[in-house]
Design a protein around this ligand. Structure first.
Ligand SMILES: [Zn+2]
Length: 91
């Protein structure tokens, strides 16, 4: 393999690596923004709001799931903090 060709290959590999890196960064940004789309969840059948990790939140059916971006949003909707997972009652 000539030195010239080697350099060409290295350049091409580098370009692919940059493209991969950039798309990974973009994808992780999209993933993070989806993940922080809501902080708390409640059920349409109750007036409690929970951390998404709460056992009660996980028992809530998808169709009844209400998502809140903030404590204020949950409180304004008339929800109260769950006594099991204890989400904050103010932001
Ligand atoms: Zn809870």
């Amino acid at each position: 393999m000539g030195l010239h060709l080697e350099r060409k290959v290295v350049r091409r590999v580098r370009r692919i690596a940059v493209v991969l890196l950039v798309s990974m960064v973009v994808l992780s940004f999209i993933y993070i923004s989806l993940a922080v789309e809501f902080k708390y969840v409640g059920s349409a059948k109750s007036n409690k709001y929970h951390y998404p990790s709460c056992q009660w939140a996980q028992k809530t059916k998808q169709e009844n799931l209400v998502k809140f971006k903030s404590t204020k949003e949950a409180l304004d909707a008339g929800y109260v903090a769950c006594k099991v997972c204890r989400p904050p009652t103010r932001d």
